[in-house]
Design a protein around this ligand. Structure first.
Ligand code: GLN
Length: 541
C-alpha cells in the first residue's frame, strides 16, 4: 500500500494535547497492524530545542540517534513503542538552514530563493520523508506545533495545502480545537471552533476530521452544529474530554471511531475494531492500583513539563507495581542542612533530577547526603548521579572541596570531569554526548538484577549484561578516583565498554542508592516500563 499521510494541526489555543492525539492515532493504527511513524514540525527558529531553557519549552527529549527534540516525541514513543530519530523532529530553523546551505553551495543556479516554493518544498520533502523512502511505512503522522493563524506556521500550512492536493485521498487533515464552557451562561461555545476552521479553510485546507477538546461532554446537537458549520461529516467530529489519565485517550478515540473515520476518508476498508488487549490490561492495572507511594523530585524546575519523561516513567512503574505514585516537587535551591529532614519528610524515595549549571546543586548534594545516611531509596539521574558522586567524595572520601569541573573549573578534586572529546568544543548546540550508548552491567549488582529480573524486558537490551540507554551530558565520572570510591563502598556497576566511562554507580549496602549517567526515563513506554524505574519504585514501596 502507498504511504498515507495524516496532518494534525491545532486551533484556538495551544496546549490542547495535539501530541497525545497524534500518539493515540499512531497507537490505534498500529493496533490494526499498520506500520506508522509520528513526526513533529515546530515553527520556531532554533535548530532544535537542545539549547532552550525548560521554562521555554519543557523537557528536551533525546532520541536513540542523539537528537534533542520536543517532549511530544516522548508521548509518541511511550504510546507506540517506536523509536523516533532526528528525522522526526523538524523546526523552521532546520528547514531554513538546509535551504540556506544549499544556496551558499550554489545549488539553486542563480535563482531567487523564496518562502514559496523553496521553503515550502523543503518542508514538503521532510513531511514526505523523502530521505527515508526505504522505511516502508503505511502511515506518517505529522503534527505541526503552534496554533492556526500564527505568522510563523504559515509556510507549514501552505505545504500541507499543496500536499493534500498532490496526494489526494492519501492525505487526511485532522484539526484540534477547543470548545469552552461559559459558566455564567451554562453553555458550551462552538464559535471559536468555527473561526479556527474558517481560518484553516482560508489557507486552502478543509479539515477532514475535527477533534474538539472540552471539559464538558458534548452532546450530538453540538457535534452536529460543528459538523454543519465546518463542512465535516458528523462521524468525523469527535471529542476529547478530560480523562483521568492520558493513556485513556486512545481508547476513547477508538470508541468514537477516530481511526475508522481516518480509514474511511482514505478509502481503506475499516474491518473489525482491534481489541488492544495489552493496552486494556495496562489500563486495568492503572485503575486498580490501590497503594500510594510518595516520591520526591529534587530539582530546580518547578514546572510539570521540565521532568516529563521522569514523571511518566515513575507513574508507569508505579502502575506496574500496583501503586499510584504521588510526586512531590522539592526545589533543590531551598534545601539546606537545617531543613532537609523536614523537606523530605514522608517521602518513600527521591529522584535527584538532571540539569545544567550551579543553581540548586548544593541542595541536591545535601539531599543525597540525607538519603544516603538515612537509607532512603535514591535515584540520581545524570546531574543527579554526579551530585551523588560529589556528596560521597566530600563526606565519605573526605575531599571537602570535591566538585564537578562544570561548577568549579579550579577544583583540586574533580571527581566529575569534562570528557576528553568535549574539551575542544566551543559551540553549544547539539554537541554533547547524545543518544544511545552501550553499558555493560556488573553481574550481581542491583542494576544487573533490575534489568534481568524484570518481567518487562526492554527493547534496548542486547543480552543479560549489556544494555543501551540514552545520554545527554558533557561531564563524566573521573576514573582516577574509581579505586577510592569502590574501597569505601560506592561501586561502579555499569561501564561503557568503548570509552570505559562510568555509567552507573551504586552503594550495595543501601536499600536502593543508584545513580545513572544515562537517562533511563527516555526508554520507558506504556507497555515496557524501564527496569530501573520498576526496581526503584518497588524499593520505595
Ligand atoms: N550538566 C551535566 C553534564 O553536562 C549533566 C547533564 C544532565 O543532567 N543531562 O554532564
Amino acid at each position: 500500500m502507498d504511504t498515507k499521510y495524516i496532518f494534525v494541526t491545532g486551533g484556538v489555543v495551544s496546549s490542547l494535547g495535539k501530541g497525545i492525539i497524534s500518539a493515540s492515532i499512531g497507537r490505534l493504527l498500529q493496533a490494526r497492524g499498520y506500520k506508522v511513524t509520528i513526526q513533529k514540525f515546530d515553527p520556531y527558529i532554533n535548530i532544535d530545542p537542545g539549547t532552550l531553557n525548560p521554562y521555554e519549552h519543557g523537557e528536551c527529549y533525546v532520541t536513540v540517534d542523539g537528537m534533542e527534540t520536543d517532549l511530544d516525541l516522548g508521548h509518541y514513543e511511550r504510546f507506540t513503542g517506536i523509536h523516533t530519530t532526528r528525522n522526526n523532529s523538524i523546526t523552521t530553523g532546520r528547514i531554513y538552514k538546509t535551504v540556506i546551505d544549499r544556496e551558499r553551495r550554489g545549488d539553486y543556479l542563480g535563482k531567487t530563493i523564496q518562502v514559496v516554493p523553496h521553503i515550502t518544498d523543503e518542508i514538503k520533502r521532510r513531511m514526505l520523508r523523502e530521505e527515508e523512502k526505504d522505511e516502508q511505512l503505511d502511515f506518517v503522522i505529522t503534527e505541526v506545533g503552534g496554533t492556526i493563524g500564527d505568522i510563523e506556521s504559515a509556510p507549514f500550512m501552505e505545504a500541507i495545502r499543496q500536499l493534500r492536493w498532490q496526494l489526494g485521498r492519501n492525505a487526511v487533515s485532522v484539526h484540534l480545537t477547543y470548545v469552552p464552557y461559559l459558566k455564567a451562561a451554562d453553555e458550551l461555545k462552538t464559535k471559536p471552533t468555527q473561526h479556527s476552521v474558517k481560518e484553516l479553510q482560508g489557507m486552502g485546507i478543509q479539515p477532514d476530521i475535527l477533534v474538539l477538546r472540552t471539559e464538558r461532554h458534548l452532546d450530538d446537537h453540538i457535534r452536529m452544529k460543528v459538523a454543519s458549520f465546518c463542512n465535516v461529516d458528523l462521524e468525523c467530529v469527535v471529542q476529547s474530554e478530560d480523562m483521568p489519565s492520558i493513556y485513556e485517550v486512545p481508547v476513547s478515540m477508538q470508541h468514537q471511531g477516530l481511526d475508522a473515520a481516518i480509514l474511511r476518508k482514505i478509502g481503506i476498508p475499516v474491518g473489525e475494531t482491534p481489541a488492544m488487549k495489552p493496552w486494556h490490561d495496562f489500563l486495568d492495572k492503572q485503575r486498580n492500583a490501590q497503594r500510594e507511594v510518595h516520591i520526591g523530585l529534587v530539582g530546580k524546575y518547578d514546572l510539570q513539563d521540565a521532568y516529563k519523561s521522569i514523571r511518566e516513567s515513575l507513574n508507569l512503574a508505579g502502575i506496574y507495581n500496583g501503586a499510584k505514585v504521588r510526586l512531590h516537587f522539592v526545589n533543590s535551591e531551598a534545601i539546606t542542612r537545617e531543613n532537609v529532614a523536614e523537606k523530605l519528610d514522608g517521602l518513600a524515595g527521591i529522584v535527584i533530577c538532571p540539569g545544567f549549571g550551579t543553581r540548586g546543586i548544593e541542595g541536591k548534594i545535601v539531599a543525597a547526603e540525607y538519603t544516603r545516611t538515612h537509607d532512603i531509596p535514591t535515584f540520581g539521574i545524570c546531574l543527579g548521579m554526579q551530585m551523588m558522586v560529589i556528596e560521597f567524595a566530600r563526606n565519605v572520601l573526605g575531599y571537602k572541596d570535591a566538585n564537578s569541573r562544570e561548577m568549579d573549573e579550579q577544583t583540586p578534586h574533580n571527581v566529575i570531569d569534562i570528557m576528553e572529546e568535549q574539551k575542544s568544543i566551543t559551540q553549544m548546540g547539539g554537541t554533547m554526548r547524545l543518544g544511545a550508548y552501550e553499558c555493560k552491567l556488573l553481574e550481581g549488582s542491583r542494576a544487573y538484577e533490575a534489568y534481568n529480573h524484570s518481567q518487562f524486558s526492554t527493547i534496548q537490551q542486547f543480552n543479560s549484561s549489556t544494555i543501551s540507554e540514552r545520554h545527554r551530558h558533557r561531564y563524566e565520572f573521573n576514573n582516577a578516583y574509581t579505586d577510592e570510591y569502590e574501597a569505601k563502598g560506592m561501586k561502579c556497576t555499569g561501564i561503557n565498554p568503548a570509552a570505559n566511562l562510568v555509567e552507573i554507580v551504586e552503594i550495595p549496602e543501601k536499600r536502593w542508592y543508584i545513580g545513572t549517567q544515562f537517562h533511563p526515563e527516555y526508554s520507558s513506554t506504556v507497555l515496557h516500563p524501564n527496569p530501573f524505574f520498576m526496581s526503584f519504585v518497588k524499593a520505595c514501596l
